[in-house]
Design a binder for this molecule. Structure first.
Ligand code: G6D
Length: 335
């Protein structure tokens, strides 16, 4: 494996890893993935050339680490240990993705470690309560590993000084097509696909739709979800112009596929938020990045708004001085 570092403006570095016909690029800005090429097919949306100008300037979290809380928190308010907290309401009156001081917009410290068959990039930062109004200061360490099996693994480590909420994810948008087609031709495969409908405020409701039962198959073309006339699914797709929904999958395994490549997602998180980049603004980009459905984010995490849904049983509660660990892998399998 070969490693190269490119310094761009404003402290933004690109960390470039090559192995045979694959290459993957990460950056310290938001501990994010910038590109992942199989031969010349880039399967994630991003911008390597002008990373320093591109990433700080748009609101779609391309490839970024998200935290301390991925997804929405109803009205940016929650109660933990009988105390009520008010955090930033940066999405139509609700909290989203850690707010403006979230992990996605930080310059992380990093170090690179090469072993026999893999390269690890260790990103570190500290999230202070005084910055985002959540309780507790958290030391965060995110380890990206790329190995010779073409697997990108993300490990999250954290430790908080007080009880808090911690629900990190990665917001890479994948598109396995070698051309500018949308992800509508991709297929989702898993033994279980339970999709949680959203209310008008895009907050999940606890009565999932069993997609495998609804569709009658466990290989579901995304187009058939978009075109479904099912009385529960159809209004969701109409309302949100695609998927923006938490899913529970079989044993934390979900495969995304087109006729050329498979991407296997394996996670220890209870849910995956599936977001099909539904309503991008009218921006222009040479590679048509901002077209509706030009990518699909598979955000492994616990349920958005879980503190309101499950109270003291919410998965995202991280107790003081208790180590947090979580792992998600994305593996490419060319067909
Ligand atoms: C997330 O679920 C959310 C979307 O609603 C949001 O618009 C996007 O990130 C930027 O996946």
């Amino acid at each position: 494996m070969k490693i190269g570092i490119e310094h761009q403006a404003n402290g933004i570095d690109l960390i470039k890893i090559h192995h045979k016909t694959m290459s993957i690029v990460f950056t310290n800005y938001g501990a994010r993935i910038v590109s992942w090429k199989i031969d010349h097919n880039n399967i994630v949306l991003g911008n390597e050339v002008e990373a320093d100008e591109f990433y700080p300037n748009h609101p779609y979290y391309f490839g970024a680490t998200i935290g301390r809380y991925a997804g929405r928190i109803d009205k940016g308010t929650f109660t933990l240990n009988h105390q009520t907290y008010h955090v930033e309401t940066n999405a139509e009156g609700h909290h989203l993705h850690g707010g403006s001081k979230g992990l996605s917009s930080r310059l992380f410290d990093y170090s690179i470690h090469q072993h026999g068959h893999d390269v690890k990039v260790i990103f570190t930062t500290q999230v202070l309560s005084s910055e985002d109004n959540f309780p507790g200061n958290i030391d965060v360490r995110i380890v990206f590993t790329y190995d010779v099996t073409n697997t990108w693994t993300i490990e999250y480590y954290a430790n908080s000084t007080e009880d808090t909420l911690f629900n990190p994810t990665n917001h890479a948008y994948f598109n396995l097509n070698p051309d500018n087609r949308t992800i509508d031709n991709h297929v989702l495969i898993s033994d279980k696909m339970h999709l949680f409908p959203l209310n008008d405020a895009r907050l999940p409701q606890n009565k999932p739709i069993d997609l495998i039962k609804t569709m009658g198959v466990n290989r579901i073309p995304i187009q058939t979800i978009f075109q479904s006339q099912d009385p529960r699914l159809h209004p969701q797709i109409e309302r949100f112009k695609g998927l923006d929904h938490p899913m529970e999958v079989g044993n934390g395994k979900l495969t995304l596929s087109n006729d050329k490549v498979k991407l296997h997602v394996i996670t220890d998180r209870p849910q995956i938020v599936v977001y099909t980049f539904n309503s991008p603004e009218k921006r222009t980009h040479a590679n048509q990045l901002f077209k509706s459905h030009s990518g699909i984010a598979l955000e492994t995490q616990s349920m958005p708004n879980d503190i309101h849904m499950f109270g003291h049983k919410a998965h995202s509660i991280l107790r003081a001085n208790t180590p947090f660990y979580s792992k998600t892998s994305y593996q490419v399998e060319p067909m």
